[in-house]
Design a protein around this ligand. Structure first.
Ligand code: KIV
Length: 285
């Protein structure tokens, strides 16, 4: 049985912390689930870590559907949440269409969208239609060109706005809210005031859960580690080391060996090659 949004809310009520990680394909999703994560996010951060863009803005709905399908195939237990990409929810009708694609074609069990007051009628309608929704407040990466990559909610006015947005999302029926890059005390205060599970990233330990990006956590891309991340492995070194060793073995003819392929009967081969010259020899007439 897959984790449900009710299981996630039960974890909040019981005060049990909720670990979440992004996953973008079959293999990463399978590994995340095997490690016991109750929930994975098909984040549009795939625009950066999978596609090599410098923001999430170029990611399309078709691409989100494609990655969601792979993640869903890699899981049987985890709740799969998929991001509605940039400008795919400019109206309620458009959001319903995009969420339907992520759930019906992609197989996601929930969708996430970024924003506060402006998207509230849309969130409310999605929830009314039976679509589990995760909100996303604070630093909202799809707006990076407008707000810049910086901590949000540091002044009392901005903090008040974020609390009001969180309360409104809660009232609209979201089951969880990502709080990204907001002050620790503000995230804790929001967490105490909403029924939805708060999932922090760069928002401190007072949230109900945490979400991290696969590549940051595992050290797959090493050029940059955001302050909010901790590297639990250095897979880049492990992977490059393994590939380098493979290349050296091929060059030295120590891979493959007879164990890596099957042989055939010499007579059968001779018969098969009868009359066929080596490429380097002139063909006989
Ligand atoms: O796209 C993403 O990976 C996200 C997380 C950083 C929360 O939205």
């Amino acid at each position: 049985m897959r984790t449900t949004i009710h299981d996630i809310q039960k974890l909040k009520r019981r005060g049990e912390r909720i670990p979440m990680l992004t996953a973008y394909d079959y293999t990463s999703a399978r590994l995340a689930e095997q490690a016991g994560l109750p929930m994975v996010l098909v984040g549009d951060s795939l625009g950066m870590v999978m596609q090599g863009h410098n923001s999430t803005v170029p990611v399309t709905l078709d691409q989100m559907v494609y990655h969601t399908q792979m993640v869903v195939r890699g899981t049987t237990q985890a709740l799969v949440v998929a991001d509605l990409p940039f400008l795919s929810y400019t109206s309620t009708e458009q959001a319903i269409h995009a969420a339907a694609r992520l759930m019906q074609e992609g197989g996601a069990q929930a969708v996430k969208l970024e924003g506060g007051a402006a998207i509230m009628p849309t969130v409310r309608r999605l929830v009314e239609l039976g679509i589990p929704v995760m909100g996303h407040l604070g630093f909202t990466p799809q707006s990076v060109h407008q707000i810049g990559l910086r901590v949000q909610g540091k002044t009392s006015n901005a903090a008040r706005q974020l609390v009001e947005d969180a309360l409104a999302l809660d009232d609209a029926g979201v089951f969880a809210i990502v709080l990204e890059l907001i002050p620790i005390q503000l995230a804790a205060a929001i967490t105490e005031r909403v029924h939805a599970a708060t999932i922090g990233i760069g928002a401190g330990a007072g949230c109900d859960g945490q979400v991290q990006v696969w590549h940051d956590l595992l050290g797959v891309l090493t050029d940059f580690l955001p302050r909010h991340a901790r590297r639990y492995a250095n897979l880049a070194d492990v992977i490059s080391g393994a590939i380098g060793q493979y290349a050296a073995d091929v060059r030295a003819s120590t891979f493959p060996t007879s164990e890596n392929a099957s042989a055939m009967n010499d007579d059968d081969l001779r018969e098969a090659l009868d009359g066929i010259a080596h490429a380097s020899e002139p063909a006989s007439v």
